[in-house]
Design a protein around this ligand. Structure first.
Ligand code: GLC
Ligand code: CA
Length: 582
């Protein structure tokens, strides 16, 4: 390795300048953002239970499966698990259609299994964050059965109904419906009910205080069991303007603007905070962060007593199809960091169960680049300010599924949209092509444990096909290889836990216009780290050069570092983390 002595002048000058700027803006002391909290220091591992591990051969992952892999989860160095919904559900949307908020889905096991799982996590120092799906319920929930049974049923006001004698309701867009019409006619009471998602997911009426109390009681039920947090599914859409204004034509292109953070949503969150969240040592995160940075800020400003952290979509919303620009990527993440530089807190993630696989989407899943690019992206997620949310399987560099026909898919949104395109005589082949890149099922294929049948996920027939590359990409093989994605991920979690500067440190973007390299520093309490990431498949040069004696903490290549003059040269998808304060 070349001898690297004190930090290069340019870097010093830049940092001094930004420090002065920060002093001028009064942002150096950030009592809120830098106040230590367990949920800021957490590394969250998201488990999609249906696809993680099947214990009984029915082809569906389950709680006993998770229990059997708790040591694996612990070995990753993560400190919390976010579990997708495990409640009673007819599974129209894989558990996001809840029919029993206090019970466990039969396919997943029993409440006794749940208790064992929670105990096993806590024993290992891992916290549990549960998904709370209360923008809507299942149409098979008892509340909805009652609600639809007659117009004067006490549960009528638990949902949104529009009586047909008043004409057609104003158009609302449904994300998952075959016709995209969010009002579903029900002849039983000659009325329409509202469903932003599928027709089996009727929206709950948050304007009804009784419904809100029901939800708070459900939250207390789980909090009393000792869980450590809630992720509020689609909650930004929960409040509605019940004067039902008409929306402009084509609003569905930008529906979040019309759906998110409407009506009294902040009031409901403050009430939830008063009634539940403030009474337990638990964390809260809402999916989606509204339309503006101000919206997001208001959700998580500690003085407002709503939620702990925002989970914004701008990163994963960067246009998908023809690759993406690193310039936009840097812009998005820099902007979100700035928004929370003084108050509030944000999540950092590049994938989840609603997205394509991280390496296929933001990295490069060709054999030559899959491993370095998966490691590089992991380095990004683990060295940004904010709480990292890591999706199961990404630590192996699992890739998109490679499905070819519609029969390969299971996701309700994909199946309905396919039917919609067909009904409209649209281009079905083009839609299939789009699905192969961006379908949610790409991220939902079974976890690849080993090279045995069905990747060791099940002895039966998996509910969704295993990715055919499991013979080469699997946990067992990576356990044995010190340079695998898996073992690199473990080094990263350790690095983050050993260095709170990576959690709390001020973020400064360097070499902003470099089209290949994302470079930044993190600084906190006299510590400074420098992160250099090559997001391209070519060698790259960065104007951030090193001289002096920075300590190299992490490198996703084994080779020696290369410099050109005083500039660093980075191999394709190379990631480097330095400690630059001696
Ligand atoms: C959220 C979930 C997604 C689900 C939807 C409806 O976006 O992440 O999986 O389909 O809400 O509940
Ligand atoms: Ca099972």
């Amino acid at each position: 390795m070349p001898k690297l002595s004190s930090i290069r002048l340019i870097l010093y000058a830049f940092l001094l300048f930004s420090y002065r700027g920060a002093v001028a803006q009064g942002t150096v002391n950030r009592p809120d953002t830098s106040e230590r909290k367990w949920w800021k220091e957490a590394i969250v591992y998201q488990i999609y239970p249906r696809s993680f591990k099947d214990s009984n051969g029915d082809g569906v992952g389950d709680l006993k499966g998770i229990i059997s892999e708790l040591d694996y989860i612990k070995s990753l160095g993560v400190t919390a698990v976010w579990l997708n919904p495990i409640y009673g559900s007819p599974n129209d949307d894989n558990g996001y259609d809840v029919s029993d908020y206090r019970g466990i889905m039969k396919e997943f096991g029993t409440m006794a299994d749940f208790d064992t799982m929670l105990k096993g996590m806590h024993k290992r120092g891992i916290k549990l964050v549960m998904d709370l799906v209360v923008n809507h319920s299942s149409d098979e929930h008892e509340w909805f059965k009652q609600s639809r049974s007659s117009r004067d049923n006490p549960y009528r006001e638990y949902y949104h109904w529009w009586n047909a004698e008043n004409g057609k309701p104003p158009y609302r867009y449904s994300l998952f419906d075959i016709n995209h019409d969010a009002w579903r006619y029900d002849s039983l009471t000659n009325a329409y009910y509202l469903h932003y998602f599928s027709r089996k997911q009727p929206d709950l009426n948050w304007e009804n205080p009784k419904l809100r109390q029901e939800v708070y009681n459900i939250m207390k039920f789980w909090a009393d069991k000792g869980i450590d947090g809630f992720r509020l599914d689609a909650f930004q859409f929960a409040a509605k303007d019940t004067t039902w204004p008409g929306f402009p034509k084509g609003f569905e292109q930008n529906f979040t603007k019309y759906y998110a953070i409407q009506g009294n949503l902040h009031g409901y969150l403050q009430e939830m905070n008063r009634e539940v969240l403030s009474k337990y040592p638990i964390m809260s995160v809402a999916e989606g962060a509204g339309n503006t940075l101000e919206d997001a800020h208001n959700l998580v400003d500690a003085d407002r007593h709503e939620l702990n952290m925002a989970y914004p979509f701008d990163g994963v919303d960067i246009p998908k199809s023809d690759g993406y620009s690193l310039a936009r990527f840097k812009e998005v993440f820099t902007q979100w960091d700035e928004a929370f530089a003084q108050k509030g807190w944000v999540s950092v993630f590049l994938s989840n169960h609603d997205q394509a696989r991280m390496v296929s989407r933001f990295g490069n899943d060709k054999p030559a680049f899959r491993v370095p690019s998966a490691k590089m992206l992991a380095t990004f997620v683990m060295t940004m300010r904010g709480t990292p949310y890591w999706y199961n399987g990404d630590e192996l560099g699992m890739t998109n599924a490679g499905f070819k026909t519609i029969e390969d898919y299971r996701d309700v949104s994909a199946l309905n949209e396919y039917q919609h395109v067909k009904n409209m005589s649209g281009d079905v082949e083009a839609y299939l092509k789009e699905l192969s890149f961006s379908s949610r099922d790409n991220g939902r294929t079974p976890f690849q444990w080993n090279d045995k049948k069905n990747a060791g996920f099940t002895t039966g027939t998996p509910w969704l096909d295993v990715n055919q590359n499991y013979k080469t990409i699997n946990a067992a093989a990576q356990e044995k290889d010190p340079n695998s994605c898996l073992n690199y991920f473990r080094r990263l979690t350790k690095l983050r836990k050993d260095n709170p500067v990576l959690v709390y440190g001020k973020y400064t973007l360097l070499d902003k216009d470099n089209p290949q390299v994302y470079a930044y520093t993190r600084e906190w309490q006299g510590k400074r780290m420098l992160v250099l990431l090559n997001f391209s498949d070519k060698e790259a040069q960065t104007s951030v050069a090193l001289s002096g004696n920075p300590k190299l903490l992490l490198n996703n290549y084994q080779d020696e570092l290369k410099t050109k003059g005083i500039a660093m040269l980075l191999k394709p998808y190379q990631a480097l983390v330095f400690d630059v304060v001696q």
